[in-house]
Design a protein around this ligand. Structure first.
Ligand code: CP3
Length: 345
């Protein structure tokens, strides 16, 4: 049996579409909160293979999703490169603000390879756990942040409304910015390759802030690095599909889908799936895009949105997902309701 998600990613339409949810492991699950408390803090959880593997498997046990996604974070790459990272309770990530060539040259890929070892060990343990628990139809997705989004957090020192310092550096100090992007492209290829060698069956690249860029910068710092990473991964692992998620790309989505070489594009909540189905080449699968707030609201409002998405992607390779991550207020029963709705289609 070919796993449904892999069947879709090799260009086939499957009905109902395979299903997984961004942030399917996380605070909305009581069993996640328990192991998070056991680990102490989030980075300790990401670097404890036994606990991180458990977090990865928890949502599969509950819902039988078609994909498990490695439990880690996109910011573990800057952390492993030695840039520094902490998660302030209630505030989100805090990093040093990268400003100079010396800051870029201090990033250390050898160090990253050493520090990422527990995350790679998590991948191995997840595959063992999936076999042990008989999750035969579930595909393991490995992931990284895309260089632009990771650079955003490194330059701003955390989240931001508009990533103004990042955009200013891209325009005002293009050589410095490109130097950082080049390190992140190299680091991403090494990191994702190690995940694949350890058992990840698909690679997903999260470009959560792609949408803050002008079209020319989007081509330079979203499309070009994604194409480089995808080409490098395909050269080494021709059969491993790549999913790209250029969040809020808007009218640039179709160009991204065409020019990067990805096998699937994630549609964020703002994308009209009818339009995406018309504009994205048919060999590129569509993934998405229920608003996490529609899931939280549930009932008829959610069912209407689900119906619209399913109607739009019917007949083409598609993966049902949210348009962004599950919010922690979501109740586990609401997720069960969504899963039943899709499976009953
Ligand atoms: O289930 C999964 O999706 C797998 C694990 C995963 C996490 N983060 C776990 C996490 C994945 C794939 C991510 C991706 C990620 N991380 C992105 C890209 C997707 C997106 O949401 O746009 C981004 C931008 C990050 C950075 C990040 N990590 C932020 C801004 C925060 C703080 C805000 C928040 O949601 O708490 C995190 C923390 C984080 N990453 C948590 C989890 C489960 C919460 C940690 C906790 O307190 O337990």
């Amino acid at each position: 049996m070919t796993k449904p998600l892999l069947h879709v990613l090799s260009g086939n339409a499957v009905w109902p579409p395979p299903l997984w949810l961004m942030r399917q492991a996380g605070r909305y699950l009581p069993e996640y909160r328990a192991i998070r408390a056991q680990a102490g803090d989030f980075i300790s959880l990401c670097t404890a293979p036994e606990l991180a593997a458990e977090a990865t498997l928890q949502p599969i046990r509950r819902y039988g999703f078609d994909a498990a996604i490695l439990f880690s974070d996109i910011l573990m790459v800057p952390w492993a490169l030695g840039h520094g990272l902490r998660f302030a309770e209630g505030e989100g990530p805090v990093l040093p603000k990268l400003r100079t060539v010396a800051d870029v040259d201090a990033l250390n890929i050898d160090r990253m390879v050493r520090e990422m070892a527990p995350i790679i060990e998590t991948v191995r343990r997840v595959r063992v756990g999936m076999a042990r628990e008989g999750f035969d139809r579930t595909t393991l997705i490995g992931f990284a942040g895309s260089p632009f989004t990771v650079a955003c957090y490194m330059i701003e020192g955390g989240g931001s409304k508009d990533f103004a310092a990042t955009r200013l550096m891209a325009y005002g100090e293009p050589l410095l910015f490109q130097r950082l992007m080049d390190v992140l492209v190299e680091a991403t290829v090494i990191y994702v390759s190690a995940q694949i060698e350890a058992g990840a069956e698909v690679a997903m690249l999260f470009d959560s802030w792609a949408g803050v860029l002008s079209p020319s910068l989007f081509r330079a710092h979203v499309i070009a690095p994604t194409r480089r990473i995808t080409a490098a991964l395909k050269a080494r692992f021709p059969d491993v599909p790549v999913i790209g998620f250029p969040r809020l790309a808007g009218p640039m989505l179709a160009e991204y889908a065409t020019a990067t070489g990805v096998d699937a594009v994630g549609m964020d909540t703002s994308v009209d799936p009818v339009r995406a189905a018309a504009e994205v080449p048919a060999h590129v699968a569509l993934q998405g895009n229920l608003d996490p707030m529609a899931l939280l609201a549930g009932g008829a409002a959610m069912a209407d949105e689900v119906r619209n998405i399913l109607r739009a992607v019917r007949g083409r390779p598609a993966i049902f997902n949210l348009g962004h991550g599950i919010v922690p207020q979501t109740k586990p029963e609401q997720v069960a309701e969504l899963v039943e709705l899709i499976r009953a289609t």
